[in-house]
Design a protein around this ligand. Structure first.
Ligand code: TRP
Length: 371
């Protein structure tokens, strides 16, 4: 029996079947062959690539061909500031940072304060507060201050709006209705918004007055925006942006995506060690109800949120993550031990991150673009 799932930029629901999503969205699978081609330029592959946490792409082969011809690309990603940042939100940013390091690429980070105001029941002041809060987390990841520029849509509006209207003029209401499920009762800001998200994909080309290839690492729910953008931008004389798509870090309650609407299901970057311990202790696992049964029957790492956290972020060694998988299946490890180990690693990560997050306060103005 196949379970229902929904993936749109505004909603992710159910257990996502990523191979079905590739067909639904018309994505290309990230193949061994393509990753090998990437590795020729980077020397190694980030664990999120090796483990296929990034699992799909659009035009990455084209982007690499351009790069091999000496046509350097830039990176673009973004964040909708509707709450604190949790570990799931970090996934695309972590790979973006790695790509920036490996290629020395320039990066634009779009903070869509306009989007979250238009789509969420939040005041503009709340959204703005989260925007600057979230910027600290992004800077804390260690992006190159010389090569990285971050902007809020409302603070870089003169530059963005002039390009957004050109995009908007090429998109009809019926395209938006079909691509996003928006309709007659959606507010008109929502209908316009995708043209704002498209602009950073051409921003470097606009600035340089020539076409510059663009690579966008994102969580797969953002793909519909760029499906529309990839149709429109060539009509304006620009390249289609290339994209690599990430899966969602599962929620601690076992849902498909770590949703911040349930605070217990997500670990936020501002959480205390006590919060982390409590949340992981209550996490959904693939374990048996008793230790005796766990020893006899073994657990199920496939459905275990604790295992997924090791797999996505907290066990860098491929051999060890595989070992954990088999030890769990054979009942050699019990959930309590796994949870305690994960909590230690998350706490250590957050301690370091929170320190850098405080240091980031002094760097904000260096990173921000305003006009
Ligand atoms: N809409 C995204 C969000 O809600 C933010 C965003 C803007 C983005 N531009 C992007 C995400 C480009 C990935 C890539 O989080």
């Amino acid at each position: 029996m196949s379970e229902e799932f929904v993936v749109t930029p505004w909603e992710v629901r159910g257990r996502v079947d990523y191979s079905k999503l590739i067909n639904q969205f018309g994505l290309q699978l990230l193949t061994d062959e393509l990753l090998e081609r990437l590795r020729k330029h980077t020397g190694d592959l980030h664990l999120m690539l090796r483990r296929r946490i990034f699992f799909a792409h659009r035009s990455l082969d084209w982007l690499l061909s351009e790069y091999e011809k000496g046509n350097m690309f830039y990176l673009y990603t973004g964040r909708g500031p509707s709450e604190h940042i949790h570990l799931g939100h970090l996934v695309p940013f972590i790979l973006t940072k790695w790509l920036q390091e490996k290629f020395g690429a320039k990066l634009y980070v779009q903070i869509t304060d306009d989007e979250k105001f238009l789509f969420k029941p939040l005041s503009y002041e709340q959204v703005r507060k989260y925007a600057y809060d979230n910027v600290l987390d992004i800077i804390a990841l260690g992006f190159d201050p010389e090569k990285t520029r971050i902007f809020l849509d409302t603070e870089y509006a003169k530059t963005l709006y002039r390009e957004a209207i050109k995009v908007a003029k090429k998109i009809t209401y019926s395209t938006i209705r079909a691509a996003f499920g928006l309709g007659e009762s959606s507010n008109i800001g929502q209908i316009f918004f995708t043209s704002m998200q498209a602009v950073p994909a051409i921003l470097e080309s606009v600035k340089q007055g020539r076409n510059v290839p663009c690579l966008i690492p994102l969580a797969v729910d953002q793909d519909p925006h760029f499906r529309v953008a990839r149709d429109v931008l060539p009509k304006l004389g620009f390249y289609k942006p290339a994209i690599i798509h990430a899966k969602f870090l599962p929620s601690l309650t076992g849902e498909a995506k770590m949703s911040s609407s349930e605070a217990e299901a997500a670990i936020f970057t501002v959480d205390s060690p006590e919060d982390v311990k409590k949340k992981i202790w209550n996490a959904f696992t693939g374990g048996q109800p008793t230790i005796k049964e766990q020893r006899e029957k073994g657990g199920n790492p496939e459905i275990c949120s604790v295992y997924q956290y090791f797999y996505f972020l907290f066990e860098p060694d491929d051999r060890k993550v595989r070992e954990l998988y088999f030890k769990c299946k054979q009942g050699e490890v019990v959930c309590g031990d796994c949870k305690a180990e994960l909590a230690n690693r998350v706490i250590a990560f957050l301690e370091e991150h929170q320190k850098k997050r405080e240091e980031a306060r002094d760097l904000v103005d260096k990173f921000m673009l305003r006009d």
